[in-house]
Design a protein around this ligand. Sequence first.
Ligand SMILES: [Zn+2]
Length: 242
Amino acid sequence: MYRLGCVFAHPDDETFVAGATIAKLTAAGNRVDLFCATDGDAGKSSGIPVSSRAEMGALRRAELTTASHVLGIASLSTPGHGDGVLKEVDPDRLIGEIVYFVRQHRPDVLLTFGPEGAPTQHRDHRAISRAATAAFFLAGLESEYADQLREVQPHSAARLYYAAWDAPAADAELKALSVPVSCRVPVTEHLATKRDAFLAHASQRQHEKRFMELTMGPAERFALAAGMPQPRPVTESFFEGL
Ligand SMILES: [Zn+2]
């Protein structure tokens, strides 16, 4: 049994990027933990009445809890940073929070966005990619964030993966490219669970067309960014050869 640590920016990122892969892993008895940096309090609510950013954040945090149950995620870490302004958080603080997450849950593989920030190129996605990449390397060093060592011990995940995708069609709405795909996880049997997790994010229903078009294919796609080399150029699991 393996452990996956997911590090994303907003409630629903986990479902868009890797919902079916997470469902597949947890159904097979593996453990998945999720760090979600913001409460997603800046977005629209798909018609659900919300009177303040605080109320929106509470709603989305509750939706994330429900979606996590659907996907079988074991634990949620939600520091509650501001949605849309993640790059304004002191990088050392954000990296330290992710280092603590890695040391606490001791994943075999860490998953985050690529530096381009997913097809939306969202600035929060780009910021969490930078922080998670730094944390991947720093979490194993006892000289980094040494104040944490009273509670948790250094830990190095074996591999870091980024979310990735194939080049978009010429007429696609989102034209951003990703780093080349090196892991295609077959997920057809878990797409129904992924859709249930999306529906749990009820405030995000306005994105349903994009969700169905971009994320409901037969494989979820990722790219090895760092760590132990894969045993073949394109794998079907984060954990091949570990
Ligand atoms: Zn997002």
